[in-house]
Design a protein. Sequence first.
Length: 399
Amino acid sequence: MIRITLKPDRDKPIRNRHPWIFSGAIADMETTPEAGDIVSIHAANGDWLACAGYSPESQIRARVWSWVPDQHIDARFFRRQITSSYQRRQTLYARTNAYRVVNAEADLLPGLIVDRYGDFAVVQFLTAGIERWKDVIAQAVMDILEVEGVYERSDVDVRKKEGLASSVGLMCGAMPPKEIEIWERFATGQHLHYKVDVYNGHKTGFYMDQRDNRAVVKALAEDRVVLNTYSYSGAFAVASYAGAAKQVINVDSSQPALDLAESAIQHNWFPVDKDNFVVGDVPTLLRTYRREERQFDMIILDPPKFVHNKGQLDRATRAYKDINMQAMHLLRQGGILVTFSCSGLMSEDLFQKILFGAAVDAQKDIQIVQRLGQATDHPTLLAFPESQYLKGFVLYVCN
């Protein structure tokens, strides 16, 4: 392994088991590693700290594989790590047939996402370090999960920062069907079914990280008229109808996404009204509804990531504030706002402050009645707080 030495006083995060080594922390390298090479990380005093995968084009220059001296990073290492991560999901097996098996750094495998959808697995390789091992990992996933096929969806923008091109296609076994049917079982015993497009869908095909929050929405939806914005494939709409909502209006900028939502609602035997599927820009539509003096009993705001880098934070703050303020104006007294941010660079504290500002501008008294986060198969590693990316609040409109 090529030796990398850190600058003085830059070793504390690694000693605290944070897995990232930034370019600015590096003092010296024996020679220049290639993308994906395994490197050994040393403190300025010479102490060995960790072994890591090298990413020459990223500001995160290396990501730790292990803090164990003399650890061999090989096929057996990845099989062992994937098996361990898979076993930690055992409690989910009875509640759903779709869940995250490996959650990157939070499961001690930086850059690797493995999602299970029924009899198929979808994988993403996000960093140069994990890219080196993709074929080994695909076969391990096939064997350990005992799935029919492993499909790659490494088509996310973050790969560009690693100097990696988009990569999509079958890696092992059989091709997934055009739509995979998945199910979730709620505490009441009720099963809800969804159809997942792993070829073109958001993320790897479905928002599994919102599973627990769908249960929250279901419990709140009874007799309510619900506005479900950024609705994508309609999972929150299905949960709302399962909770006996009067009506659910779904808004998304994509007609194909709304077609998926309509199909999901029909598939669960809930009523479908074409007028409840609206193609449009959410901020614009919220303003239109406000001019029309429309009112709702519950609004769900689940926008895409607004913050991709620190330079976008101010603009994103304004965007989050605007849509939440507009939603607060549209809620009746006693209405409920279920609002989320999936931007990893936005802390829960900052998001709460944004909601406070929105409430002040809307001249509404708003209560926090519940805090929400990502589902249990998307764990947060204590040493890596960046893995807690999804923040949500259930808010009650007092007046």
